[in-house]
Each structure stands twice: as C-alpha cells, then as structure tokens.
Design a protein around this ligand. Structure first.
Ligand code: SF4
Length: 260
C-alpha cells in the first residue's frame, strides 16, 4: 500500500512539474449551447460495431477520416484550417479523451493535442500507466476555430456526427470529457464542468450503441495550465485515478508519468 501511495505521489508530482502556463483562454464562463443531436446511421458496416475486429474498426475510422472529414466543408471552419484533425490512437481503445477543438499546433500537424496542453495530456495519460497509443484522443470539432476561440454552436452541430460515429466505431468503456464543451455536449446538460468533474456520468443514448457508456468529466489541460494550482492539479489527478480504478489499472504495476 505504501508503494502504491508513493507511486501515485510520484505520478502526481510529474503533473505538478509541468509549470509552463498556456496563453489564451479556455473554460468560458458562459454556457455553451448544446449541439443538436443527430442520430443518423453510422458509417456503412457499423451496424454491429461491438462485433468488429480491431482491423475493421481501424479501417472504418480511416475511411471516415480520409473520405469525409478531410474534405468536409460543412461549416465555416474549413476556410481557415490548414489540416483537419480527426483524432488518433487505438481504434479499439477502452478509454477515449474528448477535447474541444484543435489549436495552432494541431492545425499545423493534423494531430490532436500536440501543443502545450497536449504535452500535459500526454503526461496525464502516462501517469495513468498508459501511452497515447493505448487510448484514443479526439475533439468536438475537427478544424481549428480561428484564434483558438471556443467553437460556435453551429460548428459543433455540423461536426457532431463525426464524433458520434467515431464513438460508435471505437465503443470505449470510458469517456473522459475535457472541459465544458465536450462535457456539456456529450452529456446533453447545461451543468458546468466545475460541478460535474469527478463524478461518474452515463452517456445518453445519443446514437445506437452509445447509451450508458461511463463518462468522467474533468478539466481541460489548457485550463489546468492556466490555473496551475495544487487544488486544480489534485482534482484532475483524482479524476484520473477514478478512471484507472474503473478500468482496473493498477498504479503499483505501472511506470511513472514520464518513466523517470
Ligand atoms: S469543423 Fe467539422 S464540420 Fe466544420 S468543416 Fe471541419 S470537419 Fe467539417
């Protein structure tokens, strides 16, 4: 037990060691309106996603990305993007992280969470004893809102079916929603992240097969970097520990956040 406590303390310290604050705002005070839920059929062949092999899931995600998302012009964000940012990770991941939208680094590379907030998310994942390849990471919208502003409701609604279809294909055990937009959108609630974080939620039946997935809301890494207090960091780590317990991840058997 003492080793467990030491391991957790070391991992928590890894998070605390990241002290470079991110510029720009996040976690807007105003309510973010809910996107209109679309329950249209998933991509072809997704009728029985629970029975799909990892290879089939990978192929379906690839097709969704390459044949639809990369050429998407459903909302105005396509005009200013450099790359779409579909998301990446294990197509059969038990754990999916959902953020808000790509930032400048993500727009430049086409990969999710690769800037400062991404570095912190990576540390958070590693503190759980996992790698980015073990989980799936994506956002509510697949194109960068100019100036890293919060995506507008019509932009979230336009992109909504892509996220839903991603989740239908992956069929994770646990979703971690990062910040207000993904928490409020996926849980179909107006309650804010400050009240919801740390409390297990159930995903509504947004589309066939998605109802009842366990959801852990927590703060967005950008918010953690801006509000870099022991209290905020401790809350996020507590949320991640709850996810680890839920997924049966034993801290004592895992390496520290950065393997140091
Ligand atoms: S944000 Fe989503 S809906 Fe808008 S253009 Fe990009 S992929 Fe299409």
């Amino acid at each position: 037990m003492n080793e467990d406590a030491d391991q957790l303390a070391r991992a928590a310290r890894q998070l605390i060691d990241t002290d470079d604050l991110l510029g720009g705002g996040f976690l807007p005070a105003e309510h973010h309106p809910l996107p209109e839920v679309q329950t249209s059929a998933p991509a072809a062949g997704a009728e029985a996603p629970a029975e799909m092999t990892p290879a089939q899931k990978a192929a379906m995600l690839k097709a969704l990305d390459e044949e639809e998302v990369r050429t998407c012009t459903l909302c105005g964000l396509h005009r200013t993007r450099t790359h779409t940012v579909f998301g990446e990770g294990d197509p059969s991941a038990a754990l999916v992280f959902v953020g808000e939208g790509p930032g400048a680094d993500e727009d430049a590379t086409g990969r999710p969470f690769v800037g400062r907030a991404g570095e912190l998310l990576t540390k958070m994942i590693e503190a759980m004893g996992l790698t980015r390849q073990d989980v799936f990471i994506c956002n509510m919208v697949k194109c960068r809102p100019p100036g890293n502003r919060t995506p507008a409701p019509d932009e979230i609604a336009a992109c909504w079916s892509y996220l839903i279809r991603q989740l239908q294909i992956i069929r994770p055990k646990v979703l971690v929603t990062l910040g207000n937009p993904s928490t409020q959108g996926l849980l179909n609630t107006r309650v804010g992240i400050t009240r919801l974080r740390g409390q297990w939620q159930k995903l509504p039946e947004l589309a066939p097969g998605l109802g009842g997935i366990d959801v852990m809301p927590t703060f967005h890494p950008s918010y953690v970097l801006r509000q870099y207090t022991p209290d905020v960091r401790g809350k996020v780590w507590s949320d991640l520990q709850a996810v680890m317990k839920h997924l049966g991840l034993a801290p004592a058997a895992r390496k520290g956040a950065t393997g140091r």
